[in-house]
Design a protein around this ligand. Structure first.
Ligand SMILES: NC(=O)c1ccc[n+]([C@@H]2O[C@H](COP(=O)([O-])OP(=O)(O)OC[C@H]3O[C@@H](n4cnc5c(N)ncnc54)[C@H](O)[C@@H]3O)[C@@H](O)[C@H]2O)c1
Length: 350
């Protein structure tokens, strides 16, 4: 088995590599990444890429087809991964997340790849009333990022056919420790606030609903998707990934962090404009499809692993919202230093 993981040098990638190493011990794992966050390492042990068999550096917008020879499955994580970057780089987000993803899948199908797993997002449900969104609920993508995920799913669906299985995993918001930690994710932000300054400032009024999932559980879902049997479910599948117990309101998350980490103050911005990105999600379909790959990490465990990980790297930066733990910040700095152009392509040194 040869498995290609695009975007393996990000936040979720290291957990996916660890999971697949265990599930497919004899497989060849191949990484492909542009390396935007290459030096944003939070591992205290080894470079996470030591765990793949082969690492390519490149841009999915100019994907070299040769890499696909002998590949059986692709886990496609590469992309612009949040709303702030998508808002600043709308067209680039569509190019990377949508057009390049569909092109990659087309090439993969041509050369006989059998399974294509796409990292989609529950954010495509956008603003919703309090009832939980299931896969057939209307989509309401509010941002360029969410729109790129909707367009990609639409572009992938007609490609699925006998011998080319496509699984779109509509992930909840990720949380938990990673060898390339992000702190621009809600729970991670709260734990970092608690560890660095004993004060959690919620930027919204705290009422929005967010489904969450630990990165290890995302990796478990990816593992399931690679090997899933087609049966009566068909070659194309889009499925919400998370669990019903993990639908939280933002203020509940902050309060739970404050219960786990002592002496932490929680302040809610009562004057904040309502955050329109509020949605609860129904995960019944995933439970039916993958009873053996359901989320297993609890919220408390996720908070503790983040706390322990941050303490192990001596994290004390109360101003981390302006640091390289924020994906947008990293990209902006690379541009300001003249290392990257407006299209988020590396500028080659002369
Ligand atoms: N983290 C979440 O909460 C979450 C939730 C739902 C879906 N997802 C999706 O999962 C995927 C991975 O998320 P993440 O949190 O690890 O994000 P991340 O930003 O940490 O990692 C993305 C990786 O993709 C690479 N990449 C970006 N553009 C590329 C290009 N043009 N060519 C090659 N590589 C490129 C980056 O260098 C980075 O290593 C993304 O597609 C994201 O949209 C994430």
């Amino acid at each position: 088995m040869h498995i290609l993981i695009t975007g393996n040098m990000g936040y979720i990638g290291p957990a996916v590599v660890n999971q697949l190493r265990t599930s497919y011990p004899d497989s060849t794992l191949i990484g492909f990444d542009i390396g935007y966050y290459g030096n944003c390492i939070t591992s205290t042990e080894v470079l996470p890429e030591c765990r793949v068999d082969l690492q390519y550096f490149g841009d999915v917008r100019q994907f070299p087809k040769e890499i696909l020879n002998d590949v059986d499955a692709i886990v496609h994580l590469a992309g612009i991964s949040n709303d702030p970057i998508g808002n600043k780089f709308e067209e680039v987000t569509l190019d990377i997340n949508y057009r390049a993803s569909v092109n990659l899948a087309k090439r993969a199908k041509e050369v006989g790849v059998k399974s294509f797993v796409f990292a989609s997002s529950c954010s495509m449900y956008g603003a919703a009333d309090d009832s939980a969104r299931a896969e057939k609920s209307p989509l309401n993508p509010l941002t360029a990022y969410a729109k790129s995920k909707v367009l990609t799913e639409k572009g992938l669906e007609p490609l699925a056919s006998e011998g080319f299985k496509v699984t779109c995993l509509r992930f909840s918001t990720a949380c938990g420790w990673s060898d390339r930690l992000r702190l621009d994710l809600v729970l991670n932000d709260f734990v970092a606030c608690a560890v660095a300054s004993k004060r959690i400032t919620i930027l919204s009024d705290g009422t929005p609903w967010r489904p969450l999932i630990n990165v290890k559980d995302m990796a478990r879902a990816i593992d399931w998707a690679i090997g899933r049997k087609v049966n009566d479910r068909g070659e194309f599948l889009a499925v919400n990934i998370g669990s019903d117990e993990w639908n939280y309101q933002v203020k509940e998350l902050a309060e739970t962090v404050a219960r786990v980490i002592p002496d932490v103050d929680v302040s809610i911005n009562k004057d904040a404009q309502p955050d329109r990105r509020s949605y609860r999600v129904d995960f019944t379909f995933f439970k039916t499809l993958a009873p053996n790959h359901q989320p297993a990490v609890s919220l408390i465990e996720s908070i503790k692993e983040l706390r322990d990980g941050l303490e192990a790297i001596g994290f004390k930066d109360g101003d981390f919202r302006n640091s390289r733990y924020m994906r947008l910040k990293v990209l902006t700095e690379l541009q300001e230093k003249g290392l990257m152009d407006q299209k988020l392509q590396w500028i080659k040194p002369k």
